[in-house]
Design a protein. Structure first.
Lengths: 202, 313
């Protein structure tokens, strides 16, 4: 008996039944997927894995640990360089997708979720910079407050409230960013890799 | 120039030639390579950690600047004292056209700098002279308070080096006692705690000390300029030392370097609004008529898919 009328059945139809197993975990790709530019999407995800791993280590030890521990300072350095790599890879990936006009073929949502992931990453990175509990974080927080205050956001997100920024950085924003990234990757797998712009220029 | 229609329908599932691929292997190798890169860069270049500034470090290293700023807080002439929303109603905030978003959001983080940065912290001091000064200050009219504090702040600024000035005629009222008392409290380290522990003994909110520090005339901005962090040095996208910082904020910082933003009293709301519009532009770029055609006109894709095009040729 069909369960498409039940809520569960509808959710299954809208999610799991949209995918073939080989779409989610493919062993073949279209022949045109042969360029170094394709590396940067997965490299961005790999940098995100490093970010989460080093961030979890820092979270477990507390926000001031890295000031007093050599291991903590090294883990903080891994976190810093992971975020630098993450943004380099993501920006190259974004430019690559622009030159491929990768929104073609009903892939607008894939492009939009990618952009949202980019902006969520910037906000997450920013909150990371203002919870360093050092001079850099003091200066960035006091300067950035004016931008947020000018548009009314500062009344709700106070860059000078370190506790609020810590909670945003280690809980809410990773959840939001993680959700967008998963959504983006699912769309990529569902829609497939955009084919080449035809020789005629399309 | 008219374009011919594509022979490939990008919306349809690919049923052309394929090549062997291993997604899991690619993810594992990418993670190992990027992980090795991050671990190596961290070992080679480390990360910066300039010690945070405190009320104590400020009052010891630049006592005259501290005293001038404290007098300014009482006079209501500092940036915080005349800021406006979300801290107080002493300023109007910034406008874009008729719109003042700060005012709409309202005063949600109430800060009265004279009270929050000077009077309340001093109220825990046991000194009888300070208690008498606080009483004299509290009983005076707002106009009298402003007259005392402004005279004293101006005199301290004029002197440049003094942390206290004689007042044989009493024209400064209780202000010299209050400022000297706060300086002593700061130098002992007690002010750092007093500014953060009023609501809870386990503070996580540093709004008061950071706003006070940001009012500093020279100490805080000079430290930032020495680390190339000032607004005219591309500000918040930089990091202390020679580390790369938030280079992805380059476009945001760029606007502050050029007119009309650079000299505008509404620079923050103008830049934030412009970045908001540009961000929406990026999100909906595929729907923009001219920009979305650029990849067709400048054939970078010929380079990306060169093997495919060679194969077809």
């Amino acid at each position: 008996m069909s369960t498409k009328t039940s809520w569960t059945g509808r959710v299954r139809a809208a999610t799991l039944e949209k995918f073939e197993p080989e779409d989610l975990l493919p062993e073949v790709q279209p022949a045109y997927v042969a360029s170094w530019i394709y590396i940067f999407g997965v490299a961005t995800l790999a940098a995100l894995v490093m970010l989460v791993a080093s961030g979890l280590y820092l979270t477990l030890e507390g926000p001031a640990w890295w000031h007093t521990s050599n291991i903590g300072h090294y883990v903080n350095s891994v976190h810093l360089w992971s975020v630098e790599l993450f943004f380099v890879f993501m920006v190259v990936h974004l430019w690559g997708k622009f030159w491929m006009a990768a929104w073609r073929g009903r892939r607008l949502a894939t492009w939009i979720t990618g952009c949202l992931a980019f902006f969520a990453s910037i906000i997450t990175g920013f909150t990371g910079y203002i919870i360093q509990t050092n001079f850099d974080s003091q200066w960035i927080a006091t300067q950035a407050k004016d931008g947020f205050n000018a548009v009314g956001i500062g009344a709700f997100f106070n860059t000078l409230n370190t506790g609020q920024a810590i909670l945003l950085h280690v809980s809410l924003l990773p959840l939001v960013l993680g959700g967008i990234v998963i959504w983006h990757v699912i769309l990529v797998r569902r829609k497939g890799v955009v084919p080449p712009i035809d020789e005629a220029g399309e | 120039m008219a374009h011919k229609r594509s022979t490939i329908d990008p919306a349809k599932k690919w049923n052309g030639p394929v090549r062997q691929y291993d997604l899991v292997k690619e993810i594992v190798i990418a993670t190992l390579v990027v992980g090795f890169l991050a671990l190596s860069l961290a070992a080679l270049f480390s990360s910066p950690d300039e010690k945070a500034l405190t009320m104590q470090s400020w009052s010891i290293e630049a006592p005259a600047d501290f005293a001038q700023t404290a007098a300014g807080e009482l006079a209501g002439t500092t940036t915080s004292a005349s800021y406006g929303p979300p801290y107080n109603t002493n300023g109007s905030g910034q406008n874009i056209g008729p719109l003042n978003l700060g005012k709409i959001a309202g005063v949600r983080i109430p800060i009265d700098p004279a009270k929050s940065f000077v009077i309340e912290p001093l109220s825990i001091e046991p000194s009888d002279a300070i208690k008498a000064a606080i009483t004299q200050w509290s009983l005076a009219s707002a106009a009298q308070e402003s007259k005392w504090a402004t005279s004293y702040a101006d005199a301290l600024t004029k002197d440049g080096k003094a942390t206290t000035l004689a007042d044989p005629t009493g024209k400064f009222g209780p202000v010299p006692t209050l400022v000297t008392g706060l300086l002593g409290m700061a130098q002992s380290g007690a002010l750092d705690g007093a500014l953060t522990t009023r609501d809870t003994p386990l503070p996580t909110n540093f709004t008061k000390p950071l706003l006070f520090l940001a009012d500093s005339g020279t100490y805080f901005p000079d430290k930032a300029a020495a680390q190339h962090l000032s607004g005219d040095q591309w500000g918040v996208m930089n990091e202390t030392g020679s580390w790369p910082g938030q280079s992805w904020l380059w476009l945001y910082s760029l606007w502050y370097q050029i007119e009309p933003f650079k000299s505008s009293g509404n620079a923050d709301i103008l830049v934030m609004s412009l970045m908001g519009v540009l961000s929406l532009g990026l999100i909906f770029l595929p729907l923009l008529p001219i920009i979305s055609r650029i990849p067709y006109w400048i054939p970078v894709h010929r380079l990306i898919w060169r093997k495919w095009y060679q194969r077809k040729a």
